[in-house]
Design a protein around this ligand. Sequence first.
Ligand code: ACO
Length: 429
Amino acid sequence: MSETAKLELEGKSFELPVVVGTEQEKGVDISKLRSTTGYITLDDGYGNTGSCSSAITFIDGDKGILRYRGIPIEELAEKASFVETAYLLIYGHLPNRDQMREFSELLTRNQNLHENMKHHFEGFPPDSHPMAMLSAMINASSCFYPGLMGPASRERFQVHAARLISQVRTIAAFTHRKARGLPIIYPKPAYKFTANFLHMMFSEPYSEYELQPEVVRALDLIFLLHADHEQNCSTSTVRMVASSQANLFASASAGVCALWGPLHGGANQAVIEMLEAIHRSGDKGDRFIEAAKDKNSGTKLMGFGHRVYKNYDPRAKIIKQACDALFKALHIRDPLLDIARKLEEAALNDSYFVERKLYPNVDFYSGIMMRAIGIPTEMFTVIFAIGRMPGWIANFKEIMDDPKSRIYRPRQIYVGPALNHYVPMDERG
Ligand code: ACO
């Protein structure tokens, strides 16, 4: 007999089904709670709420495990490319040779923006944040593909998905070029995904950016490590928007907005700004650690802590090693890397961080790596968005393919004034 949970309310007993996931994580199914008891559950910040069942990504935050479609992130980081990983996330299995070729060709065929899209870039002030431009431009590009709406969008999903993965990278690079007053560099069909992005970011009309395999691999790894992370803030946002049957581009554009915040994807930019401030102040990190522990200081150790991981974020381990390897290969040093290492060591030996199980997250070293590649700080969160696109698309597809999918519509406990009445302006105090 399947397990149930018992709930006592107002002297009555209710049985709630228990659902068990593939990895034995358990949840109490409360989908009939309100209709049978009149009660709802209250879970500020959703720390205990499963918003869906999903077959895409598995995380065990206590053990520090992350798997895409069952495959450990460590294996993918060592053996797979970002594009291969994107296919895995969206279609549920690793592509065979033909599928991989077809998918890559689809990405290449769809990498160019509609020429008219270029005019939209002119409208932004020069110091616009690239995340604002990215979100706006992804949404705007849906205007160029009327097929995104309606039933035909299902049949063309493969093309729309490839277009979005490919074009987000083109938009991102154009955003950077425009913000710096530089001429736009078009994608080169002969280049693979990540090499092409570096080319569009850094080539000039008069000189081609010299691709270094270590740099291409490092950035590809950053994309891959960010490709999905189950029901985080931005992915939940994408699912929320998708649940209303909004189109793929509109849903992804909302995801970019959610990712922008410094408590989510914006943390990689915030980490570098924090390290730069520590460096400028001449602090070795000790003063900063003390401030981060003081709730009144308004300071946090950015790149540390995670809602789900109460152990080392497995992506942070991989990225730390990759960061060391990249610095060695390029024969470079960065004082910010030294500060980051000291901060990490100090925090891991400090009871405040140990007791609260605060460990480095993916953002702690990724910014230092991107700096070494030459990516400007304001583009860090954009890089995260390029990487996260396959995860958002896979989650969108899960909703689209589920015939039982309903619009997401949480409830609330109202704590505002009880019945109140309109007072004419002259009679108000
Ligand atoms: N520095 C100092 N103290 C921290 C930090 C930090 N980075 N993170 C959490 N804490 C403290 C909290 O103040 C709280 O202390 P208390 O119990 O004394 O009140 C305790 O640790 C528990 O933290 P919560 O706030 O419950 O953690 P929550 O799950 O709500 O937030 C979050 C997680 C947002 C990631 C938080 O750890 C944080 O702000 N970290 C810094 C920003 C960051 O790196 N974000 C990137 C996340 S990863 C990603 O999005 C890819």
